[in-house]
Design a protein around this ligand. Structure first.
Ligand code: FE
Ligand code: FE
Ligand code: ZN
Length: 272
């Protein structure tokens, strides 16, 4: 079985017509089931949780959760292979509010992500990396990522090493440091029963490689951590993007099952 459990409707809106384009590309690429995971900050009910007012004002789509859920429930009722998800930013200190929001809707699964280090949205614009201390950025990112996983709020941790998105990396002599961060994420995922996401999105970004680093997958595999597969499509054409390679990547790192979610419970099914 192939799933693509990470995609966004934000560019086309919450319409049946636009959703069907994602379903259609999935069908063409042999993806059996898709999970729609709009960014929480696009919804009026959840945007305040992010706590980045300038960003929300500029980017929030002003979607309403009821419209979103109704659209996806109707699709499911008609037999379309669609699951109801959301991509929620982890905001340290906001765990209770986030938990309350997530409990209020009938999600099949929830992706937690870290896109912000304090008020720096580090994956928005490569120019904001100019003059940054890369080592410090990595240290802070992985600290937040581990906290996000350990919060227990999420079913899946999205693009686990997205801090590499623009190709800024720790120098090779700091490989041990990176591997320690990655091992900690694997441990956190194992101890909280959180899935890790294997995503083709990094291939479309300056870093030019999948998320996460194979070292994280190897550790995760060793500890029995389950995975999901994802494209992080922001456009129907990206559904199932680079999947033959992505599936090979998962297999090379020891995975022969993927997680299928329903009502926030996951089960393992054979991959491919
Ligand atoms: Fe994301
Ligand atoms: Fe995303
Ligand atoms: Zn996105």
């Amino acid at each position: 079985m192939l799933v693509d459990y990470h995609m966004h409707l934000e560019r086309g809106g919450l319409t049946r017509e636009y959703l069907l384009r994602f379903v259609e590309v999935a069908r063409q690429r042999g993806v059996d089931e898709i999970g729609i995971t709009e960014h929480a900050y696009n919804f009026v009910e959840a945007a305040p949780l992010l706590g980045q007012p300038w960003y929300i004002e500029r980017y929030s789509s002003g979607f309403r959760m009821d419209d979103y859920i109704a659209l996806l429930e109707a699709a499911r009722a008609d037999g379309l292979p669609v699951k109801i998800g959301i991509e929620m930013d982890y905001v340290p200190g906001r765990e209770e509010e986030i938990g309350r929001f997530l409990a209020a809707y009938p999600f099949d699964f929830v992706i937690g992500s870290v896109h912000w280090i304090d008020d720096w949205g580090f994956d928005l614009d490569p120019a904001t990396w100019q003059g940054r201390d890369v080592q410090e950025a990595y240290r802070r990112y992985f600290e937040l990522a581990e906290r996000a996983i350990r919060s227990g709020l999420f079913d899946v941790f999205g693009h686990p090493d997205v801090i590499k998105v623009f190709g800024y990396r720790l120098p090779p002599e700091n490989r041990n440091e990176l591997e320690e961060y990655l091992a900690r994420l694997a441990r956190a995922a194992a101890e909280t029963g959180t899935c890790l996401e294997i995503s083709s999105a990094g291939r479309r970004k300056p870093v030019g490689e999948f998320y996460p680093d194979p070292h994280l997958l190897a550790e995760a595999r060793r500890l029995g951590v389950p995975v999901t597969l994802a494209s992080d499509a922001h456009d129907p054409e990206h559904v199932g993007w680079a999947y033959p390679d992505l599936v090979r990547f998962a297999r090379e790192n020891g995975y022969d099952t993927v997680t299928v979610f329903e009502g926030r419970r996951g089960r393992q099914v054979p991959l491919g």
